[in-house]
Ligand binder design. Structure first.
Ligand code: NAD
Length: 262
C-alpha cells in the first residue's frame, strides 16, 4: 500500500488557476500525468505549459463542466493521451457573495449549474470510464466548509456545496461495487481569485472592499491562525488519488485549518 500517484492519469477540472491549479501542480510533481481542464483556454494551456517546463506531464484542455458533450470529450482526450483514466478531480466552481434576500433565480441556477450539476455530470462520465476499464478509480470532489454549514451571505453557494457532499455519498453508494472511491475535500477560506467575484455579477472585476471584509471575517476564527493557501490542499489530494485511500469512500474531509469542528 503506497501513497504514490506516479504515472496515474488524472483530470483536474477548474485547474487553470486557484486551488485546482495547485492540486494539479502538486500531483504532477509526484509523477502523475495531468489533464488541466478549464473553461478558460488561456489559463488551462498556461498551467499545463508551466507543469511541462518544470519537468512534469500535462496537457491543457478547454472543458465546460456543465456541458455533457464537453465532459465526454475531455475524458476521451485524457484516455487518448495517457491510455486510461485513474482519477477525476471535480474542482471547478464559482462563488457569489450576496445577501440572502437578494439572490435571484438566475443567481441560483448559475451557481447550482456549475457547482452541483457540473459535479454530477463529471461523476457520471468518469464512473462510466472507470467501469469500462474494469473498475477501480478515484473521484475527488471539491466541496467546502460551506457544504457542512450554511453560510450567509453565501446561501446559494452553501446549498450547492451541500449538494456536492450529498453527491459524494450517493456516488460512493452507487459505485462501491466497482471499487471506485468517491470522496470530497472541504477547504476553508483559501486565498484565490474566487474572492474577486462580486455581487453585481460573476465577472472578475477586482477585489472589492466588500469582498475583502467577507474574506477577513471568515479568516478571523481559524484555529491554525491563517487563511488557507491553495497548496494546503495538495497533501490530501495526493492521498485521495493514491492507493493509500483505497478503503475510504463517501467521505467529505475538512481541510480548513480548524475553522469548522464537526
Ligand atoms: P477560482 O475562481 O480561482 O478557480 C476556479 C476555476 O474554475 C477557474 O479557473 C475557472 O475558469 C474554472 N471554471 C469556472 N467555471 C467552469 C466551468 N463551467 N467549467 C470548467 N471550469 C470552470 O476558484 P478557487 O478558489 O480555486 O475554487 C476552486 C474550488 O474550490 C471551487 O469549487 C470552490 O467552490 C472551492 N472552494 C474554494 C474556497 C476558497 O475560499 N477559495 C473555499 C472552499 C471551496
Amino acid at each position: 500500500m503506497s501513497n504514490t500517484v506516479e504515472n496515474r492519469s488524472i483530470i483536474v477540472t477548474g485547474s487553470g488557476r486557484g486551488i485546482g491549479r495547485s492540486i494539479a501542480e502538486g500531483l504532477a510533481k509526484e509523477g502523475a500525468r495531468l489533464v488541466i481542464a478549464d473553461i478558460d483556454s488561456v489559463t488551462a494551456e498556461a498551467t499545463a505549459a508551466e507543469i511541462r517546463d518544470a519537468g512534469g506531464q500535462a496537457i491543457g484542455i478547454v472543458a465546460d463542466v456543465t456541458d455533457r458533450a464537453s465532459v465526454k470529450a475531455l475524458i476521451a482526450r485524457a484516455v487518448a493521451e495517457y491510455g486510461r483514466l485513474d482519477a477525476m478531480f471535480n474542482n471547478a466552481g464559482i462563488a457569489q457573495v450576496k445577501q440572502f434576500n437578494d439572490i435571484t433565480e438566475d443567481d441560483w441556477y448559475r451557481v447550482m449549474d456549475i457547482n452541483a450539476m457540473g459535479v454530477l455530470i463529471c461523476i457520471q462520465e468518469a464512473s462510466k470510464q472507470f467501469i469500462s476499464q474494469g473498475g477501480g478509480g478515484k473521484i475527488v470532489n471539491t466541496a467546502s466548509i460551506a457544504g457542512k454549514q450554511g453560510y450567509e451571505p453565501l446561501a446559494h453557494y452553501s446549498a450547492s456545496k451541500f449538494a456536492v457532499v450529498a453527491l459524494t455519498q450517493a456516488a460512493a453508494r452507487a459505485f462501491g461495487k466497482y471499487k471506485i472511491n468517491v470522496n470530497a475535500i472541504c477547504p476553508g477560506v483559501v486565498a484565490t481569485d474566487m474572492w474577486k467575484l462580486i455581487d453585481k455579477g460573476f465577472k472578475d472585476e477586482g477585489l472589492t472592499n466588500r469582498d475583502n471584509e467577507a474574506f477577513e471575517g471568515f479568516s478571523a476564527d481559524i484555529l491554525l491562525g491563517r487563511a488557507s493557501r491553495p497548496d494546503d490542499l495538495v497533501g490530501v489530494s495526493i492521498f485521495l488519488a493514491s492507493e493509500g485511500s483505497d478503503y475510504m469512500t463517501g467521505q467529505s474531509m475538512l481541510v480548513d485549518g480548524g475553522m469548522v469542528l464537526v
